[in-house]
Structures are given as C-alpha cells and as structure tokens.
Write a protein that binds this ligand. Sequence first.
Ligand code: MGP
Length: 301
Amino acid sequence: MAEPSTSSLPPAAADAAAAAVRAAIEKSQQPGPTATETEAKEGATEGAGEGPEGDKEPQTTTVQPGLVDPNHDVTVFADQANFTVKHPLYSPWTMWFDSASKQDKAKSWDEALVKVIAFESVEEFWGLYNNIVPPSLIHPNSNYYLFKEGIKPAWEDSANSKGGKWSVQLPRGKYSETIDNFWLYTMLAAIGETFETPFIKPTPEDPLPSATPTSSFSNEITGVIVSSRKAFYRINIWTRTSNPGDEERIKNIGKHFKYGVLGLEEGLKISERDKVSSDVEFVSHKDSQAKYGTKVDKWTV
Ligand code: MGP
C-alpha cells in the first residue's frame, strides 16, 4: 500500500497531490483564531488550579490566521497515525461502488450503486486509499466511482446529462499494477482539480514542462470511474459538457489526462497483441447510450 507521501509519485501525480494540499492552505487562509488567541484560551482552561504551570503567561508566537502552526500541529506527512491537522480539499468528494454480485440481483442499474464514503480532506482521502481494495483485485463487472459531492455517478444527474467521458482501457492480467497506479494518479488529479491545467507538450529540452492551473477553470470534471471487466480495466473521466464548441477545452483535459497524469507516450499502443490501444477517447453520454447500431462520434488525443 502506498504511503501518504508524495515523494514516490510521478511528477503529474505529485503535482496533483501538491495541488490538493495547496487547496487546503488557500482555504485555511480564511480568518480564524490566531495561535496566540488559541493558546491564551487553552492556557485559561488547562492552567486553572494547576499551580505554577497555571500561572504561565500565554506564549506570544503568532502564526497567520488559520495556517498550520509547525510548533503545535502534526500533519499527516509528519505522523501518519497521530496527525492533528486535516487539510480540506477544494471540494468534498464521495466514493461509490457497485459490485457484480449486487448488479446481478438489482432490479435497476442504480439499485446496486452504494456510497462508500464521503470525504473532504487530504488525510481522509489517504485513509480511504490505504484501506480500500485496489481496482486490480475487485471482481470483474465492478466499478469504483469518485464523484464530487452532490453528483450521482449517473448519466441522468443534471451535472452529467449534457456531458461525456474520456476513457482508457488496459488489458487485464499483466496491467494490474499499472491500473492501480493509473487509478491513484487519476484520483489525485481529480481531488487536486488539476485536469484543467493547460497541456504543454513535452520536448527533448523540457521533458517535464510544468504548467500552472488555468485561470479559465470551469469545474468541468464531475467524477472519475475505474471499472474492472472480464477482459480489461478502464478508467473514465466524466465531464459536464460535450459540445462540439467546447472541443478544444475538452481535448485539453484528454491530453492532460493521457500525457500528464498517466504519462503515456503519443502514438504508443499499450498492447498491439491484445488489440487494445492507448487511444484515449471521448464520447458524449448521449452517444454512448445509443452506441449499439449507431455511429458514435469520438474524439481522440
Ligand atoms: P458501463 O459499465 O458504462 O459500460 O455500463 P460497459 O462496461 O461498456 O458495459 P456494456 O454492457 O455497456 O458493454 C453498463 C451498463 O450499465 C449500461 O449498458 C447501462 O445498462 C448501465 N449503466 C451504466 N451507467 C453509467 C449508467 C447510468 O449512468 N445510468 C443508467 N441508467 N444506467 C447505466
């Protein structure tokens, strides 16, 4: 299982994890009690009737309002079990799951869909990640769905009904470790909200170009899904829109997903023999529902 540390992640995933922490810091810069105020208050209660210690003057170190105080607060990066500070994410998220056995008995598709947990901090995310069965080990025909709070992972939800999905498929078997890593990187990009980072093509001179998140962030991603199927694994990125007019913006998400987040090479076929390519494809939900016997318009990157 991965440690709650970003040091072993590839650059894009590490960026995404760092973005999740940046979200925490930005959020925590809202006015709150200063350390001095907090310590003064604690001194007042803890010190009462405790002799010399109780007479202690409150310490005068002042940290910026709401920021982590390095002298007192323990983050998950310093102590994985006994941390005292949680870093809130930009948005709260919910993990959903549906399993093959439930699908078999369910009367309708969404009857089998269960909420696993809702979380809103970096620490809760790692707590979930460290305690959940990885996608390579879930039963074929099962799916994990990580969606923004309040959005059901269904085409019918108003946040999804006009949208679509980017997909990548990997053959089962030899790609089990890869799918587990890809899913982690995908989740980090989702909770770090880095999918809308402008994609900058790597060059031999600058193989790891770093782009700052775009100012035209439009909250386009509603959720991400990993699916286990008999012959393959699949990751989907769901978007709110799928208009031809938004092609450039949506393709940027696909490029960032394929090259930045997953680190795939342009033109690379994941496996010629298995007839599964690394083409990352976009299709609208409307088209994917009508896929049988219908020509489906797909975008690739
Ligand atoms: P799938 O898992 O998205 O496709 O949907 P997959 O794995 O390609 O399977 P295939 O059987 O389509 O080849 C599988 C099935 O689940 C769909 O055909 C629908 O019956 C149902 N389903 C999936 N989703 C995401 C939804 C949804 O959002 N709404 C509803 N009503 N049904 C869905």
